[in-house]
Design a protein around this ligand. Sequence first.
Ligand code: CMP
Length: 153
Amino acid sequence: MQRTVVLLKPDALQRGLVGEIIHRFERKGLKLVGLKMLKVSETLLEEHYAHHKDKPFFKSLKKFMSSSPIVCMLWEGLDAVKVARRIAGATSGREAELGSIRGDFSMSTSANIIHVSDSIDAAKEEEDRFFDRDEIFDWERVVAPYLYGEDEK
Ligand code: CMP
């Protein structure tokens, strides 16, 4: 099973969307294996968004991400990275498909509610970046046989 990192940005917290967003991932069938709140440090942001450091929005992105705590989640499931990206929708809230989180709740490219790992490699890096080993829970879900077929385990 794959794992993927989901960050609920300050706008999700400020707008009271945390429960709604968790509900969407849960009801899809992904399994929550890590959850915590975090005030992101400058160092962590510099590392997490290193690939955007030359972009004109880098400074405002860092300011936005440190304006409130964020919620960090780790979700597990078959093809979890791809599934979470679809649940989140395209980067810009104005372009994102209706039915996705950004499509339903955002009008912005910067205040876009949620970050999800964009590849399997990024998901592994972000898991190590945001979670200590003892913050990840390996628990058995009793409804698993009703979420996946025999051939999908
Ligand atoms: P995220 O998925 O966290 O990855 C990088 C973030 O940079 C992105 O979501 C947006 O919040 C932000 N971002 C990407 N493109 C732009 C842009 N053109 N203008 C402002 N912010 C952007």
